[in-house]
Design a protein around this ligand. Structure first.
Ligand code: 5RP
Length: 232
């Protein structure tokens, strides 16, 4: 196992300690979140009773393969805990997410959870969000108008930067699990994340964006000297 994998596993193991019998869980997406699903599956095999709502088709497939029982947000009355990764987090535990393209389902699931625990390592900690290009999920109709509106919203907050459609391995625009496209916005330093989140949410062609404001209740950071936990 690489050092990076060992840290991801360690963060996932710390989050697993917050899981109790009977919980309804949101299951995140990405390499760190997949460690959580693997460790959870071991506990399920040993008798832990939980149900999970996956935030992507990839996570659903992994959970099914490993025997983690799944449900949907239509079949439960909210979730107790969501465990997910992040691309960046700041001192207020605001996040950039969506590097894996699952931001829309991830945000719906996190928002329906009593708590969201984010599992990370030191490389994700930033003073200012934005070095990681901000994923913005857009409908496939009228993208010219949507991109103009994103640029105008950003300019209103003194932000500029390139907007690039995310591509798949075949050179086509990457289609999300919800059938939309993703634009990655290189704003570099987002000094007013709440204002940018509101401005992007107000654009008709924007389905969702990767700024997770006031959603994370805990961030777990695995590092070479141990595991740090920050609660909001
Ligand atoms: C997927 C996400 C992921 O949680 C984020 O990209 C972090 O992934 P990883 O744990 O592989 O670094 O938001 O949409």
């Amino acid at each position: 196992m690489t050092t990076a994998d060992a840290l991801k596993r360690e963060a996932a193991a710390a989050a697993l300690e917050m899981v109790a019998n009977g919980m309804r869980l949101g299951l995140g997406t990405g390499s760190t979140a997949s460690w959580f699903v693997r460790l959870l599956a071991e506990r399920v095999a040993a008798g832990l009773e939980v149900v999970g709502v996956p935030t992507s088709e990839a996570t659903a497939a992994l959970a099914r393969e490993l025997g983690v029982p799944l449900t949907t947000l239509d079949d439960v009355d909210g979730l107790d805990l969501t465990v997910d990764g992040a691309d960046e987090f700041d001192g207020e535990l605001n996040l950039v997410k969506g590097g894996g393209g699952a931001l829309l389902r991830e945000k719906i699931v996190a928002a329906d959870s009593a708590r969201m625990v984010v599992i990370t390592d030191e490389s994700k900690r930033v003073e200012w969000l934005g070095a990681f290009p901000l994923p913005i999920e857009v409908v496939t109709f009228g993208t010219g108008a949507t991109l103009r509106a994103i640029r105008a919203a950003a300019a209103g907050l003194d932000l500029s930067g390139s907007l690039a459609f995310r591509m798949d391995s075949n050179g086509n625009r990457r289609v999300t699990d919800q059938g939309n496209w993703i634009v990655d916005a290189s704003f570099r330093q987002i000094s007013a994340p709440k204002a940018l989140a509101s401005a992007l949410s107000a654009i008709p062609g924007v389905v969702e964006h990767g700024l997770f404001i006031d959603l994370a209740s805990t961030v777990i950071i695995a590092g070479r000297t141990g595991v740090e936990r920050i609660d909001r």
